[in-house]
Design a protein around this ligand. Sequence first.
Ligand SMILES: N[C@@H](CCC(=O)N[C@@H](CS)C(=O)NCC(=O)O)C(=O)O
Length: 203
Amino acid sequence: MKLLLSPMSPYARKARIALRELSLLDRVEEVSVSVSPINPSSEVTRNNPLGKIPVLVLDDGSAVFDSPVICEYLDGLGGAHQLVPQSGPQRWAVLCRQALADGALDAAVLMRYELHLRPPDFRWLEWLDGQRAKVLGALDQMEREAGTMDSAWNLATISTACVLGYLDFRFADLSWRSGRTRLRRWYEEASQRPSFRDTWPPE
Ligand SMILES: N[C@@H](CCC(=O)N[C@@H](CS)C(=O)NCC(=O)O)C(=O)O
């Protein structure tokens, strides 16, 4: 199998962490590609018409995307379902926290595109404010829930750590730690995890 990724992509990082947590690195080759909405990669588009990474290309040539689906697929291969509970309230709690973190990532990545891809004359400040409000609202909910965040490393905690890491990487000026003591403390510990450290985006 092949995982199409960019080491800078926070969504790909979720899948890369899953590979490490599930000890599947020997079964999946990590392949770096370069993508952007205005300069798609033909290898990615061939496998995912949306042109987005990560994409997991299976040995029979079929493709699995996007990051939540890839992570569940890998979790199933591991057999133990350690990243996503199979049923019960815990399943929905994990998936909802993943959706919150991924939604914040979507808003942050859109801000990044607006600030770095869109020609300056076409930038729309109110739209940027709207995306920033989504990120901040999600962070506030994470802060409220930080005390009940699982200590186990599952798809909720992986996704939460990935969005916080992305904000440090691309939006340090957002100062997400400010006024969010519990989330900051949670991240300090979570970010020491070897699978997280091993997948830091390059400087
Ligand atoms: N919902 C997708 C989002 C993936 C995504 O937006 N990836 C970005 C890279 S960080 C991308 O491929 N962008 C290229 C594009 O939008 O054309 C997931 O969770 O995998």
